[in-house]
Ligand binder design. Structure first.
Ligand code: APR
Length: 163
């Protein structure tokens, strides 16, 4: 079962949380800013040591002061009208995050709604893609959490899962 949880992702007690990062892994606003604030400055130092991560790909760091042991920094696509491969790239970034979670032995994992904030990916299409990939991988983990930050996203996720 995928759990749809409305929360600040930094408060979740899971092995791995996924960050909606940028290609420079330099921290930012939104969920990225919240994760860096909660994890402490060691997180930025660890990200700097990794260098860049192109859109569609992901990298792992420790969680430092977070409850989560791992942060999977996933770089989603910036929405550019939809004809630039954004949907395939969003699917790929969720797949990469699951692959890294498996590789690092994470039994529980929480995802934010990657690309749906600053990167402007339409929320309804993003929800379909996110949940499709989560449903394909839920059997690999004890817990898969779809972490939403507002009621509109929660409603969208729950409706999509019902379908
Ligand atoms: N916990 C869970 N979800 C959150 C939190 C939080 N603390 N803060 C924001 N969100 C939600 C937003 O409501 C949105 O639905 O995360 C989703 C993704 O929004 P963004 O954080 O803006 O991520 P994204 O659209 O992928 O843009 C990435 O934003 O801050 C920068 O460095 C980041 O440049 C990168 C870009």
């Amino acid at each position: 079962m995928i759990e749809v949880v409305r929360a600040d992702i930094t408060t979740l007690k899971v092995d791995a949380i996924v960050n909606a990062a940028n290609a420079a892994l330099s921290g930012g606003g939104g969920v990225d800013g919240a994760i860096h604030r909660a994890a402490g400055p060691e997180l930025l130092a660890a990200c700097r040591a990794l260098g860049r991560c192109e859109a569609g790909d992901a990298r792992v760091t420790p969680g430092f002061r977070l409850h989560a042991r791992l942060v999977i920094h996933a770089v989603g696509p910036v929405w550019d009208g939809g004809t630039n491969g954004e949907a395939a790239m969003l699917e790929r970034v969720y797949e990469r995050a699951f692959a890294l979670a498996r590789e690092h032995g994470a039994r529980s994992i929480a995802f934010p709604a990657i690309s749906t904030g600053a990167y402007r990916f339409p929320a309804d299409v993003a929800a379909e893609i996110a949940l499709r990939v989560m449903l394909a991988h839920e059997f690999e983990h004890e817990r898969v959490v779809a972490c939403v930050f507002d009621d509109a996203t929660r409603g969208r996720y729950e409706a999509t899962l019902k379908r």
